[in-house]
Design a protein around this ligand. Structure first.
Ligand code: SF4
Ligand code: SF4
Ligand code: SF4
Ligand code: FES
Length: 946
């Protein structure tokens, strides 16, 4: 294996259909119109020296190193800023050009420290390369005059340094921050010799607007902006292309290695989800993989209050098998079940559901999608026929109106947010429907046309009211509806939404959003060109989550915004493989490929393959498993890569259920909160330690490639196989590729997927089969997967969770950029520098009423429980609404959330909890008890196994 080096073409690719032919250094070259001479040369393999150009950003033309001669033209134009023209004759290597380039380089080098041999970028520095390329042999100007050397380094960012003494002021970093990331954190201050790069107004990186995405580090041609890991470990010597294991964007990275040590993660330009961009998590927050708290040996214990005892793999797996078998003999075969992980690979998830269905003999399998996007599956399947988003991410580049509902992409899906922001800067209009004023509403060079700050829990009313405006104002795309949708259902729906009950004026009363805003937003979405909807957990995690998804689906059908680039209904899925976990049959009622367990044909097919008779009855969902555990009928659980104690709602109920079980098996990286209730701990592997695939939010199947050996000795899929065999259900696969081959054989939308195919084309979006061998970027192009699109009546039913005198505020929850969900990984990285605790955002008005000042510790109380945390006074939330994250176990925000859930899928209502806030002087009783239990439960008997 060698280092993967991607070619830098100098300027971005052009997409014009018109082609232009020119001659460069005697070679005839044809490229799309608008291409720069530099790119045309590079594409033909003719290298032009350059410093200020790189192909992720527009050309700037400042360094004058890329000069060329064009026949018939005076002077020496910069090839990066000069577009090709038909018949042009270009020379890139003449004596005159060589002289000029040497002169330019001489000036740069005369103001640059000549410490190449000890510089961290030695061997990976474009300045060094260019000096060699132009044949610079001597520098006539000494260092005696005024120069920039000796300037102080900025080491404030935990992941990269800024050494201005090495800066050549090419402004690649500034432009990357603006054009690629869209944060505008950097500027060039001063003029001429005085000009210098500065975060904000002469701030340190850490204090500036910088969100540590790394785009500037990536763009910097010198060692000025360098990863600290490169300085600490040295230059990498080989790399492996793999996929980020954090969010549903599914960014591709080159894991650059020295031996088995990861040196840095570099976003991969050919990655079809990210096109070479990244966020702070994927780029930098991988240190958890080698964190000292990782558990690397299997452990068992009799009671959850005993210390853990390290044992061999055989003993641990033997214990799991004997306990699960004992429980089934004593309490019946349905007394055990399991939870698959949206963090693990498709192959691992497939095996866990197989183990449960075929090995346990029941359908008691569920996944964390239950608590996030199960309403998406239900809603989109009902309306369109497929449980997934309709577009690829590239589609946003063709959107004219972007409607973001209940999602905060700049924090939750940052790389996609950067692309969305780029499109918005190009002129697309934005509608944000969210109780909170998220960053998107107003950020540098972006302002939402409309922000509808609705009361939490009123999505369905607002969305139906938007439909009311579309129908009553004659904005329906009648041709689309006539051709593509069920007409009876449409007529019923149109009559339903047109009723006065859903007029903007009536809905203003319910939602708090002015009728004017609802009307204008509806008109813009319906008439503004390509309308694309992106939504998140702010839609699904409600008692009407599925209804909300169907209300969105109705809007897109009514306006004809489906079946082409730039439109569609796009769930922004949270976790790296939540789409895949659903596809792989993680739900109690569905076999892989979303086929119901009651379907005799599918069941017979899987039964024949696995050599068992499968149960035709759906199994227990996660909340029902806890209910059954509390009732004493459910006694054992296998949990792979999921911290349900921290992530599931109503923690008191969850922990009661957990504590009531006789054998809880947790397979994870760390002793997480769920492990506090476990009897067997099986050490899992990180994404760096295994092979497999993840499926992102756009249905894209990406390869995960092993870059280092599993630190615990077994990869997660191997552990599941061992459990199955120990329980007497034979399972045998030698490599995850074989598991994927079986998935492809058994699942119609995956028949064309194989590791060989993925290695060849990079990634594919399912369905990938005979009909669409290269996958399907945009769905429902000629017709819906279910045939005709189905409009659904979306009656607004207010949640039972109501504010009142005792609980007058509404709590809604979300996440922030630097931490990830339960935080088990990101809390064990330097990302904690950016955020070290959950905070409660409260409006100044509500804070003042309660005597709360910024930073005060407050008690947050709901009908379900109480916790305490510090307050942050903020106008991002409206009066009457408070907001917090759930990244830190010390806070346990889910002690507060209730067990109300979506009527169709049981997805919990995380986004609406009636609460009270009061000043507090310390942790609540629950927090203290929990901490005590945690401390007790995490003890490991010293080296018991040795
Ligand atoms: S790390 Fe990203 S946000 Fe920060 S300055 Fe660089 S490009 Fe801008
Ligand atoms: S920090 Fe790097 S990218 Fe930015 S201006 Fe200086 S040399 Fe160029
Ligand atoms: S956007 Fe998501 S997938 Fe991409 S680097 Fe960040 S966390 Fe990873
Ligand atoms: S690379 Fe063209 S002017 Fe710098």
């Amino acid at each position: 294996m060698a280092l993967v080096h991607e070619i830098d073409y100098g300027t971005p690719a052009q997409t014009s259909a018109t082609e232009v032919t020119l001659t460069i250094d005697g070679h005839e070259i044809t490229v799309p119109e608008g291409t720069s001479i530099m790119r045309a040369s590079m594409e033909a393999g003719i290298k032009v020296p350059k410093l200020c150009a790189t192909d992720s950003i527009e050309a700037y033309g400042s360094c004058r190193l890329c000069l060329v001669e064009v026949k018939g033209r005076a002077g020496t134009p910069a090839s990066c800023t000069t577009p090709v023209m038909a018949g042009m004759v270009v020379s890139t290597q003449t004596e005159r050009l060589k002289q000029l380039r040497r002169g330019v380089m001489e000036l740069y080098i005369s103001d640059h420290p000549l410490d190449c041999l000890t510089c961290a970028a030695n061997g990976d520095c474009e300045l060094q390369d260019m000096a060699g390329e132009v044949g610079l042999r001597e520098v006539r100007y000494g260092f005696a005059g005024e120069n920039h050397m000796g300037q102080e380094k900025d080491e404030s960012n935990p992941y990269f340094t800024f050494d201005p003494s090495k800066c050549i002021v090419c402004s690649r970093c500034v432009r990357a921050c603006e054009e690629v990331q869209g944060t505008f954190a950097l500027t060039i201050q001063g003029r001429g010799f005085e000009s210098k790069v500065s975060p904000g107004m002469n701030e340190a990186f850490l204090d500036s607007e910088c969100v540590s995405c790394g785009a500037c580090v990536q763009a910097c041609p010198t060692a000025t902006l360098s990863e600290k890991s490169i300085i600490d470990i040295g230059q990498p010597e080989h790399s492996v292309v793999t996929t980020c294991a954090y969010c549903g964007v599914g960014c591709s990275f080159k894991a650059e290695m020295r031996g088995n040590e990861l040196v840095r993660m570099v976003p991969y330009k050919d990655g079809k989800a990210n096109h070479g961009h990244s966020c702070v998590k994927g780029r930098f927050a991988w240190g958890y993989a080698t964190h000292k708290e990782r558990i690397l040996k299997p452990m068992i214990r009799e009671k959850i209050t005993d210390p853990w005892r390290e044992v061999s793999w055989d003993e641990a797996i033997g214990r799991v098998a004997s306990e699960f078998k004992r429980i089934q003999q004593t309490y019946g075969k349905s007394a055990i079940g399991g939870i698959t992980s949206s963090r693990c690979t498709n192959e691992e998830t497939y095996l866990v559901q197989q183990l449960i269905r075929a090995g346990f003999g029941n359908n008691n399998v569920d996944t964390c999608a239950r608590v996030c996007h199960s309403p998406t599956g239900y809603g989109l399947k009902t309306t369109y026929g497929t449980s997934a988003g309709t577009q690829d991410f590239d589609s946003v580049e063709h959107a004219d109106v972007i409607m973001v509902i209940g999602a905060n992409p700049t924090d939750g899906h940052p790389v996609f947010a950067s692309r969305m922001k780029k499109r918005l800067r190009e002129g697309a209009k934005l509608i944000v429907i969210d109780p909170r004023r998220t960053d998107l509403v107003r950020s540098p060079h972006i302002e939402a046309a409309y922000h509808l700050p609705l009361r939490p829990g009123t999505n369905v009313a607002v969305l139906t009211s938007i439909a009311h405006v579309i129908v009553t104002e004659g904005l329906v795309d009648e041709a689309f509806v006539r051709e593509r949708c069920e007409l009876d259902a449409f007529a019923d729906w149109a009559a339903f939404v047109a009723s006065d009950k859903y007029s903007p004026e009536a809905v203003e009363e319910i939602s708090g959003v002015s009728a004017r805003l609802i009307r204008e937003a509806a008109r813009l979405y319906a008439t503004g060109g390509n309308g694309a909807i992106y939504y998140g957990l702010g839609v699904t995690e409600h008692s009407q989550g599925s209804t909300g998804v169907m209300a969105i689906a109705n809007l897109a059908m009514a306006t004809g915004n489906l079946g082409r680039p730039g439109v569609g209904v796009n769930p922004l899925r949270g976790q790296n493989n939540v789409q895949g976990a659903c596809d792989m049959g993680s739900f109690p009622h569905e076999l892989p490929g979303y086929r119901h367990v009651s379907d005799d044909h599918t069941r017979a097919m899987f039964g024949a393959l696995w050599g068992v008779t499968l149960d035709a009855e759906p199994g227990l969902r996660i909340p029902n498993m806890f209910d059954a555990a509390v009732d004493g009928t459910f006694k054992g659980m296998y949990i792979q890569g999921e911290d349900i104690v921290q992530s599931d709602p109503d923690t008191h109920h969850v922990t009661r259920g957990m504590a009531a079980m006789e054998c809880v098996v947790v397979q994870d990286l760390f002793l997480n909160e769920t492990a506090n209730y476990a009897h067997v701990f099986l050490p899992g592997s990180t994404f760096l330690e295994k092979n497999g695939t993840f499926t992102n939010a756009e249905r894209r199947i990406n390869r995960v490639r092993k870059v280092m050996p599993s630190r615990s000795g077994l990869e997660d899929w191997e552990i599941t196989i061992r459990i199955a065999n120990a329980m007497g259900y034979p399972m045998s696969y030698n490599h995850p590729g074989e598991i994927m081959d079986e998935i492809a054989r058994m699942t119609p939308s995956f028949t064309g997927v194989s590791y060989a195919k993925l290695d060849e084309v990079g990634s594919v979006q399912w369905p990938c089969n005979d009909k669409s061998p290269e996958g399907m970027p945009v769905m429902h192009v000629d017709g819906f997967a279910r045939g005709k699109g189905h409009f659904v009546i979306t009656e607004f039913v207010p949640t039972d969770e109501k504010v009142g005198p005792r609980f007058p505020l509404l709590l809604t929850t979300g996440r922030i950029l630097s931490q990830y969900n339960v935080g088990a990984q990101t809390r064990r990285t330097e990302n904690s520098v950016f955020m070290a605790e959950d905070l409660l955002e409260i409006h100044p008005h509500d804070a003042e009423e309660r005597g709360v000042r910024d930073g005060d510790r407050v008690k947050l109380i709901s009908r379900a429980g109480a916790t305490s945390l510090r307050a942050q006074i903020s106008e991002r939330v409206a009066p009457g609404v408070v907001y917090t994250t759930f990244h830190f176990p010390e806070t346990q925000a889910n002690v507060i959330t209730t067990d109300y859930s979506d009527w169709a899928t049981n997805c919990p209502e995380y986004k609406v909890t009636a609460v009270q806030v009061a000043l507090s002087n310390g942790p609540t009783e629950w927090q203290e008890e929990y901490q005590e239990h945690s401390d007790l439960s995490r003890r490991i008997a010293a080296h018991a196994a040795e």
